[in-house]
Ligand binder design. Sequence first.
Ligand code: B4P
Length: 194
Amino acid sequence: MVQVIFLGPPGSGKGTQAARVSELFQVPHISTGDILRTHVAQQTDLGQKAKAFMDRGDLVPDGLILDMVLDRLHQPDAQKGWILDGFPRNVAQATFIEQVVLQQKAENASENAQDKSLNTINLEVPDQVLIERLLARGRADDCEQTIRHRLQVYHEQTEPLIQFYRDRNQLSIVNGNLSVDQVTAELKKAIVAA
Ligand code: B4P
């Protein structure tokens, strides 16, 4: 059983590393950004509502995100663990996922295993490197003005989660400003599976 939450600013490599760690531990990679982009591409009701927020680099409102995440976590493949990439992104989302994990713990009656398996990783990368990486990627929301706004939203709304998880003794800091392989090697050392 392994449950990993990737924190880190936009472009820190959450998506890149979550895919690798998912392969390593054979648990699903759940990226809220990817799920949202699929909804946008399919022009679902959720996608139509989310698109303007994503284009501006704002967080999509929690009212649209929480049910989407809960649905995904209830899929059969997520029962043995998951890698969450891009969620939680604010304190309300962190409180929500904490309740979900506690409820699962109660249902499974395996307290110790659940405690040991929750890993929150903060990938640290300087802002200037993030901007260069995202400009090089060039996704629809990777123009310089939107990137700067996403970074501001990150510092205001997501960065406080570092203290949230530090207070719970669930935080590991990993240097994301290394090669992709080097970051994966650091993550292998940091992640504890129960
Ligand atoms: P996300 O899809 O989560 O995207 P991201 O944070 O910008 O990127 P990530 O950190 O995953 O970077 P990646 O590995 O791809 O969010 C997009 C939008 O969706 C948000 O702005 C928001 O609107 C919405 N959203 C998503 N989740 C939400 C939530 N929970 N609540 C509300 N709204 C939500 O790496 C970036 C680039 O760097 C890539 O090109 C990669 O190849 C490169 N790279 C990675 N690691 C590297 C390394 N070690 N060295 C050099 N380059 C590297």
